[in-house]
Design a binder for this molecule. Sequence first.
Ligand code: GTR
Length: 300
Amino acid sequence: MFTSSDTHPGDYPTVQAVEHMGALLQRETNGRLGIKVYPGGQLGSETDMLEITSFGALDLNRVNLAPPNSMEPATIPFALPFIFETVSHMRRVVDSAIGDEVLASLERHNLIGMCFYDSGDRHFYNTRRPIRTPADMRGLKLRVPASDLYVAMVNALGANAVPIPFGEVNQALSQGVIDGTENNWPSFLSARHYDVARNFSLTAHLLTPEVLVMSKATWDTLSPSDRLLVKQAARQSVPVMRRLWDARVNEARETIKAADVAVNPVENEAFAALMRPVWANFVTSPQQASLVERILGESA
Ligand code: GTR
């Protein structure tokens, strides 16, 4: 039985998708291979779990790209603000040779990239005031995942970035340690950030996918035919994840609107104009530049 970690609760699409992958493996091998997912961040933060996976103490791990961003430059282009125009643009890219190249880049960190999952559109939200223009962000303390790129993006808007693990955000919001953060609709809802952060702003600054990785130590113990089975099961979990995800985003959006959260439109171009310049500081190698060019070339 492979072990897998996820920061989200058991009913979240990422957890369900990895469980689906496990069920496929069990069926294909008459129960010889399978996956036990530990949800809800019970094993630890994404950053710690990724490290542990690369050491070989955890078999599988589903994470946001923020922790891999700090380890592998080739993962940066997918996490640049406003690089993907639409969800279908993002899906087309991760399904192409570009996605394969980024997955393969993780191997030098002892991680085997399995597949990418959706994470939808990320938006800023806070406890203080409606945000409609970047000027409204000035001075706000905003939580980000542990990633220099996120810190730079938030600071570029004139706010103050505070890196905190996802599992601690709710408490930090309630206690006023931070004024707000950013995330997608399903996380805003399921992590109950909306209980305290009642101002949601439609910035849609990121459409970054998430990634499922296997420890190379585990991968190395598998026969070539088992590796194929594992890779196939991961790929087959992607359309399942996308279906669950789309439904979950719609549900979350409706629930949030009905919960009387102020959902504010913003001047997206004004946000993009301030956030895009961070590209220059994070796209520094020929491989990254080529990835960026090819990603943009896939837009409709
Ligand atoms: C969520 C993502 C998680 C986690 C979280 C965060 O959207 O699914 O993996 O990384 O964001 O902001 O830390």
